[in-house]
Structure formats: C-alpha cells, structure tokens
Design a protein around this ligand. Sequence first.
Ligand code: GCW
Length: 659
Amino acid sequence: MENYEKKWTNLWLKYEKRADAGNFCFCEMVCVQGFDEHNTIISNALKEFAKGIKGMLGITPAVVTGIPAKGIWIAKVADAIVPNEGFHLKTEAERIVMEASDENGVLYGIFYLLRQIAMEKSLAGLNIKERPAIKNRMLNHWDNLDGSVERGYSGHSFYFDNNKILISERTVDYARFIASIGINGVVINNVNVKDAATYLITPTYFNEVRQLKEIFAGYGVKLFLSLNFAAPLELGGPDSADPFDEDVISWWRGQIALVYEALPDLGGFLVKADSEGRPGPFTYGRTQADGANMLARLLDVHGGMLIWRCFVYNCTQDWRDRKTDRARAGYDNFIQSDGDYHPNVILQIKNGPMDFQIREPVSPLIGGLKKTNQMLEVQIAQEYTGQQIDVCYLIPMFKEVLDFKYCGSSEKIFDVIKNIGFVAVTNTGDDENWTGNDLAAANLYGFGRLAWSVSLSAEEIAEEWIRQTLSCDEEVIAVVKKILLSSRDTFEKYTCPLGIGWMVTPHYHYGPSVDGYEYSQWGTYHRADHLGIGVDRTDKGTGYTGQYQEPHKSIYNNIETCPEELLLFFHYVPYKYILKSGKTLIQHIYDTHFEGVMEVEEMIKAWNRIEAKLPADVFAVVTGRFEQQLNNAKEWRDHINSYFYRKSGIADEKGRKFY
Ligand code: GCW
C-alpha cells in the first residue's frame, strides 16, 4: 500500500471519548459463533469494534470463545430467521445477542452498536431487527483516471492520479465509512469513459482494480466499472460497436471473460450511452435495449449486472424550436422497450426528467416502466445545488422522491426501486474533510442511511450525523439541525424560482446567469418575456404532462391544480398571475429572493453562536464557505430581481433596491 501524503478526517467515525451511558459492560468481551473469524468481513468488523470501543470508552474488548455473560455474542442463524445483510440485536442483562445470517449483517450490526455509543445512547433494553430497505445501495464516482473529478467539489480523486490507481490507507478508511452507512456497491470511474479509463477493462489495470475490489469486498461493498460502449473501436477490436455485429459480440465476449478471470466477483458495468457525446447503439440504428442486452447476456454468464443509464437526450437542440422538450427525452427513449430488457439489466434513472435541479417533478419514467428493473439515481455532488460551498441538505428532497405516489394508488417510487437499487452520484474527493464543506458530508451520510432505512426522517438522519460528527451538545444539535433542514428551501429561494431550474453560469453551474442557457443547444430554457415566464409542458405545449399516470397527468396539466413549487416547470405564467398566497408571481419572485439572503444571514449568525462548541477546523472551513454562500445568494438575488424587473417593468411593492 502506498503512503498517502495528504491528511484526511474520520468523518462520522471519529471514535472520540464518549460519555459511558452504561455501555461498558456490553463492550468488554465479544464472541463470534458460526462465522469464520478469519473471514475478512468478520475480522474487519471485529477490528472496527475494537477501534471504536477503545476510542469512545477507553477499553479493549477481549475476543472470547465461550458465550460471555458480559459482552456481545454474535451468532449465525439461517436467513429465514434474519435475512441477508440484516441483524437482530437483543440485550439480555449484561449481554447483547447479535444474530445475523451473513457476514455483512454482522458488519452492519457492529456499526449499529458503534453508532449508538457515539451518539451517547444506551444499549440497555435493545430489541431490534434491521434489514436494508433497498437492495443495491450504491455510489457512483465521476472520477477520471487523470485525477480530476467531473462535477467534483472537494479536491481531486482519491482513486486515480496521472492515469495510475491510488491505493492507500485512505482507500480502506473510505470503505469503512461507506460500509458504516450501509453502502454495498461503488462504481469507481466516471460514466463518461474516455482515454485511459477505457483501459480499466484490460490487463493494464487489472492488478490495481483487483486490490481495490478486495478492499471494498472486505467491507461488503461490490466494485463496478463504468464502460465505454465504443471500447471495441478504441482497444483494437472490430471497427464497429454495433451490438448486432457478430464480430463486436465476440470481441466483447472475450473481453468480458478476461475481465472476470482477473476480477471474479466484479459487480458488473455501468454504461452511459448515446448521451452528451458518448457513443451508443443509436449510432448503428439500434435501440437502447439492443445495446444493453448485448452486454447483459455476456455478463450474465459471469453473474454480473449491467446498469444502463437513461440520461439520453438531444444536447444539440435549437432554442427556437418550442416543441422538442428535453424533459420528454428519458421517457420517449426508453418506454417503448419496456419488458424487452434482459433480466440482469437495470435501468438507472435520474430523479427528475432534466438534470438534478433544486426542484423538479419526479421522472415519469420511474414507475412508468412496468416490466423493467429500475434504479433511482440522485446526485449528492452539489452540481446545481451550491457545489458544496452553499449548504444544501438534500435528504428532504430524496424523501419526497421516494414517497411520490406515481400512479395515484398507495404505491410509491420506493416500491418500484426497493428490490433493485438507489444510487447517488457522490460528493467526495481528496480534500482533508472529504466533502469540501464539512456540512456536505451530511448528504453522504444521509444518503446511505436513507437507503438502508427509508422510514428515517430527514431530521433524525441529520441528528445522527451531528451527534457523531460534531457534538452531542443539545445546542449544537438544535442549531445545526435547523441549518441543515432549512437549507434546501433557502437555496431554492435565492436561486431559480418555482421549478424553472437552470439560470446558472453555463458549464460551471455555480452562480446566476439568467439567460446563460436561454439561447443555447442544451434544451434548458425558461422562456421569459415581458409578460411572463415558464415552459408550457401541458397538452397545449410540449405534451410532457401526458407522460404521467393519473392523477398527476391532470394535476400537472392544469395551472390551478399544479403544485406551486413546480408552476414554472409546467406552465408559462404571466407575472401578474395571483398565487395561493395572494401575491402576484412577480412579487413572489422578488420576496423570496430577499428572504433567501436574509435566511443565509440568519444561518451564519446561528453558526457563529456555537463556535466555542465546535471543532475549530470545522468551524473555520464552514465559516469560509458561509461567506462565499452569502455572496452567492446576494448575486442571485440581485441578478434575478433586476432581470425580472427590467423584463416586466413591474415595481416591487416594497420599493426595495434593484439594479
Ligand atoms: O449534469 C450533467 C453533468 C455532466 C454529467 C451528466 C451525466 C457525467 O453536467 O457532467 O456527466 O450530467 O449525468 O451523465
């Protein structure tokens, strides 16, 4: 393992001294029965327990063979009793009995206990049964082999540098962190697979990928690779990537066999095809299903999964064309092949139809597909939501998506994906604190916890994270919780109004540029003129509302019933339109933009009040980010308000300053 020059923090696994809460007795001994102690996951779990207990309670648990009267007794049971990955915990006097049917369950059970101790909660009287709510709980890294991270806001990659794979103690710590929140799959490289990354499926990188794979496997995490659909052309294979071409198929067959010989148990591949310049089956007049199935059949032989992204749209649109609608693209490109996908294909679908904006409706493709494996993709890298400068706790948004009753019955998006998967484009890099802004780590933590335990509230998750990472002090908990829980609404208030999205600096996606994408090729328009703003996506406009099932089709189609937070996403609305609050649309835009800035000022005041109770390094970093956030919020306020004042000529009722 290489030495890693940079320092890194321990995120929520700090294992600092904790008030005992009567937990000593349970931690003095640990006995494992029915599992092989030398199994890597089991031995990692025991190591973790020892490390955590030493740090938090100052004792070293003895590993014993007999069932301890005081301590933890880990016992293997059948999966009919405790499902795989799950655990049962029961306190019996001074002993905790942990039952699990597989090693992952033990690991998660240990992390559960460590979390309780870190939160200063008592282990007395435990009687709990946990199992993951969602089957595949994954992270996608958009890391490039040269060490850059696409849409990365926390330094460079800790996997790659200068076309080499990095393996160090930092990698091991990363595997511990993500296992502690229940993540069981990672894709290590960017979905835009170019240059050296195409060679990850060749012997050039097999040794290092194998080492990474094994580190992760030791923490119950499967490793996946993003694949270049045009690999045959780039790696000296046939001069085509046509999924119906026999030479292409046999090239892939050979290559995939080579990969699995070197990397047995590789989870599989993730593919972004026919999108934003990436090659794909459309080039050869084939469907997305044709492309996915060709690879999936070959992978199936080795037990691999093929994850295929649905982010396929025309990125060379003409802004003058008001009929073509980027929001329609996912559904239009995939719905007709519903049921045609090979069983080991999973379609990975972004939460909204556009691209990770602060407010979007839920994609009609999820749950619109009836006979296809679907996995929900969200982005905790804050590309459009403040880039880990501005605080924006996204768990409330993710919960809204999971809870969305897409077809009117009680069936939710969660029900569609629970047996398949939930994936986040992750927000980590090689910054000392991993996520740029320390508060952004709440999104990483929260994503994992939510995927594990979907019934946890955004507030409960925030509190867990604060207690483990910052402090168990009640004032700190209250202040930081309030900051996190209000942050998404605040961000939305000072940025783009009522679901319209975009209005960001092109390419960088931070800071305001109202018309930055208005006359471009990307299909991301707000259509503001002197009378109103918004995109008509109704049956009289682009027809996008027709992709929804009832009741949403009708609800969204009608301006009177459309949820106001999405009004401009679905409708072109005059500035003088009266909202439910009694305010005109334009006054709402002005008011929310002033409020957004004021709320950031409030957050900063509250944060400053708890300085003495916070770790000094965290206080300093977050304070610096808050200063930038306040500037950003003011920029947005003044751009948006001045822009719409100039467009509409309508004065602010409160006579505030515009430019
Ligand atoms: O939001 C867009 C990003 C691209 C990204 C793409 C995708 C990896 O701006 O940087 O490419 O989404 O999701 O594929």
